[in-house]
Design a protein around this ligand. Structure first.
Ligand code: ATP
Ligand code: MG
Length: 426
């Protein structure tokens, strides 16, 4: 048998114990933020029918064209036999909402958190398995709820102490406005055909708006000078945008209008937004979202207005790390040190006693000398060490040593006094 080491797949990361505390802290922050705004948790399967994403996200998007992990368990599969690892949450959530009739009698404010999968070239801030927080409000016409989602995100940045992140807004109007603009845009792109790259040429007729979303430096002048969808907005669309801005002004959230912002997914209309930072290089978009009033109907439900966003957790954590002094989170209160058979047995019992009182406790496992156990205790980050040896067993006492305060000497107390003493010291 080959002894070759097996490694994780490229672009798919382990989150090791040394990194987990910051993930857990962020997850707790998110959970309480969701409760603060009245969003409920929904968890859908990681795998769905490929058709759902093809229809929901759009055939001519980066995601569906080239980034999906799709496969079938059947030989010679048709599109109906294909399954896909979710590349985002919205399509699956909308599928579940329709399937279980959730918007039958009331609107829904939902959120989900977990891994998503995209077959992209791995690099900093771009992975093949990454995590998203997805927040979706279904059954609301806005713009009040659009503003609420943005306020919620703004509060998240504040809670996390992030300041280097800014809001860009745009409006994609309604379908008529997009069609009117599309015509003019295609004519414009035809005139500048020579400056389009391969993607641009391919999308010129299928999804011309996405041509403007290009990051290709040689196409920037062409894209900047192109006819703007924003100029094609009618009164109602414009009003939606203005009323969103009014609300953001009301609570002092700054934003800029970026008329080239179109987002990578097909289903958006009216409000679209991104939160971007200059601190993460090319992968600077931390969060993107917008209104998708047509999606529920397109996936077979009754017409239901909706708005939501997807937030990239890895990019957010990277941004937080740039911002934070690396304080070590203490995960251990007490480390129990012991030597001898009786002491080991007592240590086991006392460990359980401490845990019953809510103290994070580690009982030294194995039988090494006191010296190396003290070293382990120190490395564990524990505040206190409890010490049990033959002497303590004979006298019914236990040693307590403060590991983070060198002014306190080790003391021995009766074992029956332990919990009272811990309450004083921790
Ligand atoms: P990009 O333009 O960077 O490819 P996107 O438009 O594909 O982003 P969305 O589909 O809107 O991104 O996903 C929402 C968020 O998920 C992004 O703003 C980003 O923070 C994060 N994200 C997207 N793709 C990746 C990836 N491959 N690795 C890590 N995070 C990602
Ligand atoms: Mg992408």
């Amino acid at each position: 048998m080959s002894k070759e080491k097996i490694k994780a797949l490229r672009g798919m990361n382990d989150i090791l114990p040394s990194d987990s505390p910051k993930w857990q802290k962020l997850e707790r922050t998110i959970t309480s933020l969701m409760a603060l705004y009245g969003f409920e948790n929904i968890r859908t399967p990681i795998m769905e029918e490929t058709k759902l994403f093809a229809r929901g996200i759009g055939d001519v998007t980066d995601i569906v064209e080239k980034e999906m992990y799709s496969f079938s368990m059947k030989p010679n599969p048709t599109i109906d036999d294909m399954m896909t690892l979710r590349p985002e949450f919205t399509a699956g959530i909308v599928r579940a909402v329709i399937e279980h009739n959730l918007v039958y009698d009331r609107p829904q404010k939902l959120f989900s958190f977990g891994p998503v999968f995209r077959h992209e070239r791995p690099q900093k801030g771009r992975y093949r398995q990454f995590h998203q927080l997805s927040v979706e409000a279904l059954g609301f016409t806005g713009p009040d709820i659009d503003a609420e989602l943005i306020a919620l995100l703004n509060r998240l940045w504040q809670t996390l102490g992030l300041t280097d992140i800014r809001l860009e807004l745009n409006s994609l109007g309604n379908i008529q406005e997009r069609l009117a603009h599309r015509q003019v845009l295609i004519e414009y792109l035809e005139k500048y055909k020579d400056s389009l790259d391969e993607d641009g040429l391919r999308r010129m007729y299928t999804n011309p708006l996405r041509v403007l979303d290009t990051k290709n430096p040689t196409m920037q002048d062409m894209a900047n000078a192109a006819p703007k969808l924003f100029d094609f907005l009618g009164t109602e669309s414009r009003q939606h945008y203005d009323e969103l801005c009014e609300r953001l002004d009301q609570i002092g959230i700054p934003y800029t209008l970026n008329t080239r912002l179109v987002r990578g997914l097909d289903y958006y209309n009216l409000t679209v937004f991104e939160w971007v930072t200059d601190k993460l290089g090319a992968q600077g978009t931390v969060c993107g979202g917008g209104r998708y009033d047509g999606l529920v109907e397109m996936l077979g439900g009754k017409p239901t207005p909706a708005v939501g966003f997807g937030l990239g957790i890895e990019r957010l954590l990277e941004l937080m790390e740039l911002n934070e002094s690396s304080e070590k989170t203490v995960t251990c209160d007490i480390y129990v040190i012991h030597q001898g058979k009786q002491a080991s047995l007592k240590a086991f019992e006392i460990g359980e006693l401490c845990r019953s009182h809510g103290y994070h406790t580690q009982v030294h496992a194995g039988s090494t000398g006191f010296k190396s156990q003290f070293k382990r205790a120190d490395n564990s980050g524990a505040t206190l060490a409890l010490i049990l040896g033959d002497n303590e067993i004979e006298t019914g006492t236990i040693g307590i040593k403060a590991l983070r305060n060198s002014e306190l000497n080790q003391q021995n107390i009766p074992q029956s006094e332990l919990i009272n003493q811990l309450k004083r010291m921790l």
